[in-house]
Design a protein around this ligand. Sequence first.
Ligand code: FAD
Ligand code: NAD
Length: 472
Amino acid sequence: MADNFDVIVIGGGPGGYVCAIRAAQLGLKAAVIEGRGALGGTCTNVGCIPSKALLQSSHLVDEANHAFADHGILVGKVEIDLATMLARKDDVVKQNTTGIEFLLKKNKVAYLKGWGRVAKAQREAHEIVVKDLDGKETTYTTKYVVIATGSDVTPLPGVTIDEKQIVSSTGALVLSKVPKSMVIIGAGVIGLEMGSVWRRLGTDVTVVEFLDVILPPMDGEVRKQMQRILEKQGMKFKLGHKVTAAKPGKDGVAVNIEPAKGGAAQTINAEIVLVAIGRRPYIAGAGLDTVGVKVSNRGFVEVDENLQTNVEGIFAIGDVIGGQMLAHKAEEEGVACAEILAGHAAHINYDAIAGVVYTWPEVAGIGKTEEQLKDAGVAYKVGKFPFTANGRARANGDTDGFAKILADATTDRVLGCHIVGPAAGDLIMEVAVAMEFGASSEDIARTCHAHPQLAETVKEAALAVDKRALHI
Ligand code: FAD
Ligand code: NAD
């Protein structure tokens, strides 16, 4: 037996490494097992961070192509050095993964490199086997185990991902040349973010979506406005369609689509196909079946309100337990789990977790949508304010979109906020804080916002809840 720990976390993503750091801060002897050779999980290696690096680079290209001239800046034809753009992205990833390794060291968290599995569940002395990158196995014992093994791409029958012509988000982050055309299956967050990257770099992008709407979980008004904006930018949509097959060949991929409700099939050809129809929990090889950890019929690890599985002392957090598959949700669960293990009380307010789509303009939502409030029969008031009426947005030349606040009709408590607009993801965070404090829309409306700021749009939306917006 190699070593004993208080807590061993399997998986070094944002859920896992944050859980281990918090556990160590609270005096527990903690370790993280990670098999991919770098810390940070999907998010840092092939998710949030590399996609945002490419979104930023391609946004600058878009600005140079479409916005500079309005400012009197003439740059002529913009050329793209894709190799440098991709190398910069890789460097950003490296800075983050090595940064996390430093954080583990600083907090005295052991980093066990390899693939981990629960070999034996035994109260306060669970056995974990780690197979290192050379195949050598070492057994550790631990009081608590935290499963933080994350998620993986959901495959689509009839469309085989080869990461060359038919790619997942991982392949879409490393294309060595700008494709002429791309079909994206799924108008969710990955489809619209990666579609924006390649559209800005010059690819003709068509998004095929099974439902009649884009970004299905978001507020209806936001979805409609965003679709119009993306279409204006040149992205094409085939909504209400399903892909039945995709055949790669010498001249690209032949994609067969047909209306979801039935009708004539058609074929679209594209150089690259991106499959982005969601992600599914990843538990392969973690030994959960050996020790009887219960998973749902969709493969998510089931946990109680303390994030504990049905096996005493084995907990789970992040994408692998489902809910919003977001890095910050995984981190919140990581912190809560560590605090529970250290004997503290912990709570996660799932109603105040923002979802952000990093297109431009951005889309951000928190709390309830209008559709959810209507379905639940909750009486609510709406305050809405457009960026066209915000001085800073005009000065920036970024006037697409609006902010909308939903408040309880009787108590005025903020129930949700939905923003399409420049930096929507940053702007929504003041509403997140307000919601954590159980604030009313009047609390936001009475907060002095510095001028001239995009955030005044949020304040005006709050004023508009009581029909007293000042600048419209
Ligand atoms: P993961 O990050 O998936 O980490 C799990 C880790 O466990 C992996 O590194 C895996 O190698 C390791 N592992 C698995 N099994 C074992 C084992 N047996 N032994 C050892 N190690 C193991 N979310 C956001 O909030 N914002 C974004 O902007 C964003 N952008 C994204 C863009 C893309 C393209 C993708 C794919 C995802 C994005 N996400 C984003 C989602 C985000 O990446 C996930 O929600 C987040 O990474 C989940 O964290 P996690 O810790 O639960 O799992
Ligand atoms: P998603 O769930 O956001 O979107 C998938 C889309 O595919 C949906 O619109 C769905 O209706 C559609 N779809 C499903 N089956 C289909 C089919 N057969 N044909 C056509 N369309 C189909 O999933 P995603 O975009 O793959 O992203 C996966 C996860 O990663 C999400 O949970 C998301 O939260 C996370 N993520 C987050 C961010 C962010 O926070 N900015 C960025 C990227 C990914």
